[in-house]
Write a protein that binds this ligand. Structure first.
Ligand code: AMP
Ligand code: MN
Ligand code: MN
Ligand code: MN
Length: 279
């Protein structure tokens, strides 16, 4: 456990988390987190409430966002940290990314209906708090509620990943756009959970090189979305490319997420943390 538990990746009900921003902040505080970033998917609407709540409980808050990107035919997530949530360029970009979610969800609903879930779209909508910000996670919660899958891992494997009946191909933002929006809003760009992508070693290297060329600053090394065996591999890549390193639980909710706040190990000591110089 580091002296300061710094957690720079989490989700609220504003995207696909289960806790409202203020409750999320209180939960992080109770679990020993000192510095927290809220990084909802494609949306910054929760940052004001989270910041106010963080002030109230004495937790340092970092405004963030996790932008959906399509690179090499795969979805890649880019986290922006220390962004200005009022920046117009960022807001317009995120609006454009979000606008693809409803049509994609309708297509997922259509496909899932053929796979034996007749009311999947309406069912998923019941789990959505922020209209328009509908994600695969909301479909997963609905499918679990039907009793036909036991947990998130099972729903995704059976229905929601490429090649499965509920997966709809989709084009998100370009990598260059996401980095430009984050930088335009004064933020730092971080490749989220690089170990999660279905990219060959060569393609991952190309993506990281392109991200570096675009001025991307950091990659996540210690994240709840990596298996612990992956931490060393991404530490090596951070050193190789000269990226700063980030750390965050990717918490979505108690009982649903692989790790809760306060459970991750510290970053390897020789890496430059993304937060160096911030406080
Ligand atoms: P979307 O942005 O609609 O494609 O949904 C992506 C979200 O689905 C991620 O942010 C995760 O919260 C969740 N997710 C993706 N893959 C998995 C998985 N294998 N197990 C559990 N959750 C997943
Ligand atoms: Mn998510
Ligand atoms: Mn992600
Ligand atoms: Mn995330």
């Amino acid at each position: 456990m580091p002296a300061l538990d710094i957690d720079l990746h989490s989700h609220s009900t504003i995207s696909d988390g289960t806790m409202q921003p203020a409750a999320l902040v209180a939960h992080a505080k109770a679990r020993g987190v000192s510095v927290l970033a809220l990084t909802d998917h494609d949306e910054v609407r929760g940052l004001e409430e989270a910041a106010a709540s963080a002030d109230g409980v004495g937790l340092r808050f970092i405004p963030g966002v996790e932008i959906s990107v399509t690179w090499g035919g795969q979805t890649v997530h880019i986290v922006g940290l220390r962004i200005d949530p009022d920046n117009q360029g960022l807001l317009h970009g995120l609006e454009q990314v979000r606008s693809g979610r409803l049509p994609r969800a309708r297509e997922m609903g259509r496909q899932l209906a053929l796979a034996g879930f007749p009311d999947a779209y309406e069912g998923a909508l019941r789990f959505v708090s922020n209209p328009g910000l509908i994600s695969r996670t909301h479909f997963a919660r609905h499918i679990i509620s039907t009793g036909r899958c036991a947990n998130m891992k099972q729903v995704f494997e059976r229905y929601l990943v490429a090649g499965k009946p509920g997966y709809a191909e989709h084009s998100w933002a370009k990598l260059s756009e996401a980095v430009a929006w984050i930088h335009g809003a004064g933020g730092v760009a971080v490749v989220a959970h690089p170990g999660r992508y279905r990219l060959t070693e060569l393609a991952l290297g190309e993506m990281l090189s392109e991200f570096k060329q675009l001025g991307g600053e950091a990659i996540e090394v210690v994240t709840g979305s990596h298996a612990p065996e992956q931490f060393a591999r991404f530490a090596t890549l951070a050193r190789h490319y000269g990226f700063r390193a980030s750390r965050g639980s990717d918490f979505h909710g108690t009982g649903e997420s692989r790790v809760d706040f306060g459970e991750l190990p510290p970053l390897p000591g020789d890496l430059t943390p993304v937060w160096q110089g911030w406080f």
